[in-house]
Design a protein around this ligand. Sequence first.
Ligand SMILES: Nc1ncnc2c1ncn2[C@@H]1O[C@H](COP(=O)(O)OP(=O)(O)OP(=O)(O)O)[C@@H](O)[C@H]1O
Length: 289
Amino acid sequence: MSIVLSCDKLNKKYGPTYALRDLDMQLEENVIYGLLGRNGAGKTTLLNIIAGGILANDGSIEIRGNKLEKGELPEDFCFVRENNKHFGGARVIEALQLAANFHPHWDWTFAHKLLQTFGLDPNQKIKQLSRGTESLVGITIGLASRAALTLFDEPVHGLDVLMREKFYKELLEDYANYPRTILLSTHLIDEIAPVAERVYIMDQGSLLLHDEINRIRMAAYLIRGNSDAVASFTEGKRVLHTESYGHGKLAAIFEMLNEGDRQQARQLDITIEHLTLQKFFSYLIEGGH
Ligand SMILES: Nc1ncnc2c1ncn2[C@@H]1O[C@H](COP(=O)(O)OP(=O)(O)OP(=O)(O)O)[C@@H](O)[C@H]1O
């Protein structure tokens, strides 16, 4: 697998606050990634730095092994921002025409199909659109560009459930026919799970975890039992969270369990349940760095 984008030790400070701290990220060719983090985690800052909108204080970015110089934009790249204010007074169709000029793999047939699917009026002015409908313009551009590297910043922000589902469906169908590298930033891990293959989870500007969604599902557990038994079972394992109740204790762990572990759990009268991704995400972030 070849690496499309590589960020090495990116730092960005606003006054004394680090928006990004020694952040490393590598995106492989033809993979859909989720970039997860709470509000203020640094997701937009990271995407803006990759897109050349702001400069990092330190660190470097490589596109297919070539260092991205200051002010240089990655080739065959599309960045869908959180809002489309930069389109000023343009109509939907004008924004699409502008985008089509920049993207060598732009597909007008697909773009028109998306306008229909999302119920967008091509002649409407973008600044007159509701928050959600405005997001759909960005989504249409991001999908129809078919760029080799596409970054979506909070694409479903402001969208109702129906439109979110339509977006994910269009994305997956098109990706199946035209594989490319796509990164979606969000704080909704459960929602991104059916779409993304891998996730980067960040908090306070730093990376907490990078893993495959399926591996997280397989390794995120809630352990329940007698306090001593839970303490003995979790020894040497990655514990994200613990809670006591009466004589009992529960622990959220992130660990692949083997048959030996399950046998030990039976002997200690411990129950093991899978943790939801949202709970895993919360415990991981609460547990901090
Ligand atoms: N222009 C700026 N000036 C000062 N501080 C900023 C600026 N932009 C971002 N920050 C700070 O940097 C940190 C990261 O912000 P960023 O917008 O990148 O987070 P985010 O993960 O995208 O959040 P959200 O999910 O709320 O959009 C925050 O603490 C934010 O207050």
